[in-house]
Design a protein around this ligand. Structure first.
Ligand code: ADP
Length: 217
């Protein structure tokens, strides 16, 4: 069981890498951006509240994001009795080979307040974060990728102006979260300026090391 948090500015490839890692290591992948987009698509009350905020590139309120995250972490869809008051992560108990060994959280936390909330949620679940991966891409390269992405992405928040605003918010609000994890000794910064496979190789090596060290403890 290993729990990872992944960071990266818009254009850094955080979502792509999270997806690849989830497939390779059989992690539960939780993307708060995807969870929010699902709510928007289903026009739920939360989605209706989030839509305009997301389209502007601003941060959605913690009440909504935390509720979605909490629900995803507790998902019991693969349990024999979804209502049973048991630990939904207990693979040994249920012997289901498809149950994830751990999780990768992408898009959360984005503020120091959210980092504290995540710690609280994990404590309640008797889990801990094992590694925080930050994908580092120089601003010039982010801007280059954004031009590309704005042309092909179907996302309403992928216009150049909105992406620039999201990068600004990342620098202002999310960089301090990285300092928080750096001080706690959990942060690993990965060079994400190259090709997807190259970055993926670097992250995989780091995670394999984290798993190896954890297994030895
Ligand atoms: P990106 O990393 O490219 O900005 P995401 O899919 O992670 O893309 O997020 C898309 C949007 O969803 C954000 O701009 C924000 O509006 C909203 N969002 C996602 N995660 C959070 C969060 N933890 N707190 C607040 N808003 C969030």
């Amino acid at each position: 069981m290993i729990n990872i948090v992944i960071f990266g500015a818009p254009g850094a490839g955080k979502g792509t890498q999270a997806q690849l890692l989830a497939e390779k290591f059989d992690f539960l992948h939780i993307s708060t951006g995807d969870l929010l987009r699902q709510e928007v698509a289903m026009q739920t009350p939360m989605g209706l509240r989030a839509k305009a905020i997301m389209n502007r590139g601003d941060l959605v309120g913690d009440d909504i994001v935390v509720a979605l995250l909490d629900r995803a972490l507790r998902q019991r869809s693969t349990l024999p009795n979804p209502d049973a008051a048991v630990d939904p992560w207990d693979r040994e108990l249920y012997g289901d080979p498809h149950r994830p060994e751990g999780c990768i959280i992408d898009g959360f936390p984005r503020t120091v307040q959210q980092a504290q909330t995540l710690e609280f949620i994990f404590n309640k679940l008797q889990r801990k974060i094992d590694c925080v991966v930050a994908i580092d891409v120089p601003h010039d390269e982010l801007v280059r990728r954004i031009h590309e992405r704005a042309a092909i992405s179907g996302r309403a928040d992928d216009t150049e102006e909105v992406i620039r605003h999201r990068i600004e918010l990342y620098d202002q609000q999310t960089q301090p979260v990285l300092d928080y994890y750096r001080v706690s000794g959990m942060l690993v910064t990965i060079d994400g300026s190259g090709e997807i496979a190259e970055t993926n190789g670097r992250i995989c090596k780091t995670l394999e090391l984290v798993m190896h060290l954890k297994a030895k403890r």
